[in-house]
Design a protein around this ligand. Structure first.
Ligand SMILES: Cc1cc2nc3c(=O)[nH]c(=O)nc-3n(C[C@H](O)[C@H](O)[C@H](O)COP(=O)(O)OP(=O)(O)OC[C@H]3O[C@@H](n4cnc5c(N)ncnc54)[C@H](O)[C@@H]3O)c2cc1C
Length: 601
């Protein structure tokens, strides 16, 4: 460890013992791709930055991404005419026109630079024989533009950015769970976090906070997401006052492994895999005759669900993904991870036997409302990555655009947070000087410490409670409710039931009790604290889905067929109201170049 890092560490240890706020100019919550990319950007801007993560960063869900990252590089023999404009158009059409168009354009325009930068930092990409980064076709894309590292793209990107952070000696607080954000005088000025190994609560002060907490797929029973994807950082920002945008739009990935719902990447279809029903038919011919298996995910997921519902599914509800015709060489070279997953978790070798697949929750299009620089309506708070809703994915995200989003907007938000914190720091420094001169304490320290004490008291009360329900019973009921009633196909009656069940679960949550009261690594406490936030996110999802009486992208209402631009070409915003259901308001979609039209494939 260098001298500087030792000094930093000694200072941090001392502040932790004193329970004084631990200060960083920019505090990033989340060590996935978006958090790490933002950390590099802040460091490049010469500002002090730290990353706080509830798991060791390279265990973040970004590392599980398989299929690839989009950029119109035009490397594929059939992709020479590709351009960032085509990429932007495909993204907006894929989004069923709910994306904010200037932001989708930024995503597509900055893609090449971000992907090549990753390559220059050492990311390992698969290559074409001419040495250029290999690209494969993905659903909803007009050209093959998904750059990949076999079927382990996220792993390679995450490790590359992690190396870049280590190289810059960016400090990390690993195994810290943020339970609450602190807002004082209308500004986010820090966070309260639980140090999981010791069970101690601490307070962090910051010039600006960036939330990069990832998705919240685990509010569903069937999900391709890691168990850590609970959305607790998103929930903390929601409770601090940031509205949740477009939560009704939940992506169900068409091909997750039957039984465990481990993801089977879209890259398998990109390589030429077929979807077959019980009669051995390539049923996508009936749903998207031109692009077949490479239709966007919402369309393929509904097709599978329909095949199963109409009796053409296999077993108790799956179809086959067949790659046998690709041959052993292609499977072993391009899809080695998928082959291993199929063999380990379903007992089938895709070289010889089709893979059993079914749709499951995969991605949260909705999230914390923010602009193209990650700036949320709460001053001092930024959001990036899957927890955010910059609104580039609208009603349905295209595969390969999420990894891209983490890189493009991670960088932008890191830079903007620096600009913001510098402006604030000037004001703060003047006030600090005046206050200290007149004998007062450091501004906002009292707000930070009183938030710490309140959180401490709430956790102590939970620890002391001796009777009540265990969190797991509530969690399972919430997950089953979301999968059964807020799934691929939706209608008013079951959505209303879900809203009611979630309200009842929130009520019961107030009386949960812990099985384990110890301090060190108390995951019973972690799970219980996180469940409160999951219920909030589930409620916002179900309620906005109930209110939206149309079909758009991933939100499919069987009782309201068809897209309704006249009434519903608008974003839904859910604002947290303590003790009550969220307040739902609406906001215009930013439409510039591309007039909404019918979305056919
Ligand atoms: C199986 C799978 C495969 C995928 N494949 C692709 C693909 O091929 N292409 C593509 O574009 N997209 C893919 N996606 C989506 C994409 O991987 C994710 O959307 C993206 O990586 C999310 O990055 P992130 O930085 O937002 O969050 P994550 O990588 O999920 O990181 C979240 C971080 O937040 C931290 N955190 C969360 N809550 C707290 C808290 N309360 N306190 C402290 N820390 C907290 C966690 O520790 C973690 O470090 C895939 C997703 C899955 C699930």
């Amino acid at each position: 460890m260098t001298d500087k890092r030792m000094t930093d560490k000694r200072m941090t240890d001392k502040r932790m013992t004193d329970k004084k706020p631990i200060y960083h100019t920019i505090l990033i919550i989340g060590g996935g791709l978006s958090g790490l990319r933002a950390a590099v950007a802040v460091h490049e801007a010469g500002q002090d930055v730290a990353v706080l993560s509830k798991v060791y960063p390279i265990r973040s869900h970004s590392g599980a991404a398989q299929g690839g990252v989009n950029a119109a590089l035009g490397n594929h023999p059939e992709g020479h005419d590709d351009s960032w404009e085509r990429h932007a158009f495909d993204t907006i059409k894929g989004a069923d026109y709910l994306a904010d168009q200037p932001r989708a354009e930024i995503l597509a325009r900055e893609a090449q630079e971000r992907v090549l930068e990753m390559e220059h930092w050492g990311a390992y990409f698969s290559r074409f024989p001419n040495g250029r980064i290999a690209q494969r076709p993905f659903g909803g894309a007009g050209f093959p533009r998904t750059c990949y590292a076999a079927d382990r793209t996220g792993h390679h990107l995450l490790h590359t950015l992690w190396e870049q952070c280590l190289r810059r000696e960016i400090p990390f607080y690993n195994e810290w769970l943020v339970t609450r954000l602190v807002v004082d005088e209308g500004r986010c000025c820090g966070a309260i976090a639980l140090h999981i190994p010791t069970g101690e609560l601490h307070v962090f002060a910051a010039g600006a906070v960036i939330v990069a907490g990832g998705g919240h797929g685990r509010i569903y029973a069937k999900s391709s997401n890691a168990y850590i994807n609970t959305g607790s950082a998103t929930a903390a920002a929601y409770r601090a006052g940031v509205p949740l945008e477009d939560m009704a739009f939940v992506q169900f990935h068409p091909t997750t492994l039957y039984g465990t719902n481990i993801l089977i990447t879209e890259g398998v279809r990109g390589e030429g895999g077929y979807l077959l029903n019980a009669d051995g038919e390539r049923f996508m011919a009936d749903y998207a005759p031109q692009v077949m298996e490479l239709a966007p995910r919402d369309i393929v997921a509904r097709a599978i669900q329909t095949e199963v519902a109409e009796g053409r599914g296999i077993g108790d509800g799956y179809v086959h993904l067949d790659v046998r015709h690709l041959g052993a060489d292609v499977i072993q070279e391009h899809l080695p991870g998928i082959r291993q997953i199929a063999m380990d978790f379903a007992g089938v070798d895709p070289i010889e036997t089709p893979i059993p697949v079914q749709p499951a929750q995969h991605y949260s299009m909705g999230g914390l409302a923010c602009d193209e620089n990650g700036e949320t309506p709460l001053p001092g708070l930024f959001a990036i990555g899957e927890c955010s809703c910059i609104s580039v994915h609208g009603a349905n995200r295209l595969g390969g655009n999420s990894l891209l989003e983490t890189l493009v907007f991670g960088k932008r938000a890191g830079e903007q947070a620096c600009r913001w914190a510098c402006r604030w720091a000037c004001r703060w420094a003047c006030r600090w000087a005046n206050q200290v001169a007149s004998g007062g304490g450091i501004p906002q320290e009292s707000a930070l410490l009183s938030a710490l004490h309140e959180e401490q008291a709430a956790i102590e009360a939970l620890r002391a409670r001796s009777t009540g329900e265990r969190q797991i019973a509530l969690r399972r009921q919430m997950q089953a409710t979301m999968t059964d009633q807020v799934g691929v196909y939706r209608e008013a009656r079951s959505l209303a039931q879900a809203v009611e069940t979630l309200a009842e679960l929130k009520d019961r949550y107030r009386h949960v009790t812990l099985d384990h009261r110890g301090k060190a690594f108390n995951y019973d406490l972690v799970d219980t604290l996180e469940l409160g936030g999951m219920l909030d996110l589930a409620q916002a999802t179900a309620l906005t889905a109930l209110r939206r009486t149309e079909c758009r992208g991933a939100h499919w209402r069987t009782d309201h067929p068809g897209r309704d631009d006249e009434n519903w070409l608008k974003h839904s915003l859910a604002t947290y109201v303590p003790g009550e259901p969220p307040r739902i308001t609406y906001q215009d979609v930013i439409i510039t170049r591309y007039e909404p039209s019918e979305r056919g494939y």
